[in-house]
Write a protein that binds this ligand. Structure first.
Ligand code: FAD
Length: 411
């Protein structure tokens, strides 16, 4: 075997970076290596569909830490290297270039690869996904030469990318297969609000849209053909239809899982000394009534990383953080707390016309989540309602003049 480290982190993204940071914060003195298949030091992924794509922030500004930080803490950065195999018995991993690296503990923080279209034309030039800096750079390089783009997928990434393209004055068609955008993650009032906002900014939002194939000429995309035969002309396609967790080497090594790798409440996989965190970790989440899910958010990656670092340094901690998330589109800042999955009622605070309002999701009368649009106070104060499983008086909850902190205190 070549080198060996006390802790090897696979994946130099949000979770991997935070695991290394938290290990040193918790006085871990052993050797640490981070292996990442991207060439860059860890950077923030959310700006790739927001201010980085909009050319409002440089790459240096989205680095999670400056280069000196990793050197000063003696964290070896093995970048541009992909891990292709794990040998749990030998406590080693193998990289694509044939090197074998030993570990004491392994932290698997590989996120996921963008789900791709399976129809013909999916691999034409001009067809993009948005997961990495390289993806965003490729899109940015092409932007000047295009006038029309089609975005496939009305989730957060698709909507954010559409907003940036519209800002650049491009004609944008957004295709969503379901009958509303954000259908998997938000209540209907929020979906309708965002559909209306995008339309007001010139984006053509098409719901229930079914893509048949992508058309091209000379290897470049020229249009999107829908099931009914209509062809939408375009020079760029952005595909935002979710991710596939990057867990093949771990599953091949015998780890339990499927759509992700299964972990317990300390983020331990079924294999000895191997943890998994972030987008790829299938865990039982207390804010989803214990359902086994993957949560794709910076909060989840960071907090699971911290739990692992504390576990490795001997603390007795479990993962039970309140989920939170944000999305920026146009001048709208959405902040969410909790998970709205399984809600049976929605209460609206404030008027959508004012472009500052919140949706409060309830289950059995208890607050399980909030979506707050330009309403940071509700977001900040609502967290206690979610964390405490508070059942507030519905009339007061619906009154935007009543601060949420009063409802948390009154229950
Ligand atoms: P990642 O940050 O994806 O890091 C995983 C790293 O591992 C990657 O560099 C990957 O290439 C590498 N890797 C994979 N396989 C291997 C291998 N075999 N060997 C070596 N390296 C490997 N979240 C929010 O909370 N708010 C937002 O507004 C938001 N916006 C987003 C916008 C975009 C465009 C994207 C793509 C994501 C957004 N997210 C947002 C989600 C958030 O970025 C992820 O949840 C977070 O990055 C997950 O961290 P992670 O460490 O699990 O994975």
């Amino acid at each position: 075997m070549g080198q060996a480290y006390d802790v090897v982190i696979v994946g130099a993204g949000h979770g991997g970076a935070q695991a290394a940071i938290a290990l040193r914060q918790n006085k871990f003195e052993g050797t640490i290596a981070m292996i990442g298949d991207e060439p860059e030091l860890p950077y923030e992924r959310p700006p790739l569909s927001k201010d980085y794509l909009a050319k409002e922030k440089t790459f240096e500004r989205i680095l999670i830490r400056q280069p000196a930080f990793w050197e000063e803490r003696n964290i070896a950065m093995l970048l541009g290297r992909k891990v292709i195999a794990v040998d749990p018995a030998a406590h080693s991993i193998t990289t694509e270039d044939g090197a074998t690296i030993g570990y004491g503990k392994l932290i698997w923080a590989t996120g996921g690869k963008p789900r791709r279209l399976v129809c013909s034309g999916h691999d034409l030039a001009g067809v993009h996904t948005v997961r990495t800096r390289a993806d965003a750079d490729r899109m940015m390089d092409e932007l000047d030469g295009i006038t029309r783009a089609v975005v496939i997928g009305g989730g957060y990434i698709g909507l954010e990318a559409a907003a940036v393209l519209a800002k650049f004055g491009k004609q944008v068609v957004l295709l969503e297969a379901l009958d509303r955008v954000l259908a998997r993650v938000a209540g209907e009032p929020l979906s309708r609000f965002y559909e209306a906002e995008h339309r007001a900014h010139g984006v053509e939002v098409r719901l229930g849209a079914r893509v048949d194939c992508l058309e091209g000429a000379d290897g470049k995309v020229t249009g999107v053909r829908l099931h009914d035969g209509e062809v939408l002309d375009c020079q760029m396609v952005i595909v935002g239809i979710g991710i596939v967790p990057a867990v093949e080497p771990l599953i091949a090594a015998g780890a339990e899982g499927g759509n992700g790798v299964s972990v317990d409440d300390r983020c331990r996989t079924s294999l000895p000394d191997i943890f998994a965190i972030g987008d790829c970790a299938l865990h039982s989440n207390g804010y989803a009534e214990g359902a086994t899910i993957r949560v794709e958010s910076v909060q989840n990656a960071n907090d699971q990383a911290t739990v692992v670092a504390k576990t490795i340094t001997g603390a007795d901690v479990t993962y039970d953080s309140v989920p939170w998330f944000w999305s920026n589109q146009y001048d709208l800042r959405l902040q969410t707390v909790g998970l709205s999955i399984g809600h049976d009622a929605v209460v609206q605070r404030g008027d959508t016309a004012s472009r500052s309002f919140s949706l409060v999701y309830l289950k059995g009368g208890r607050v399980i989540a909030l979506d707050c649009v330009n309403a940071t106070k509700d977001y900040v104060q609502g967290k206690a309602l979610v964390a405490g499983g508070i059942a507030p008086d519905p009339a007061r909850l619906a009154d935007a003049a009543v601060p949420l902190k009063e409802l948390a205190a009154a229950s």
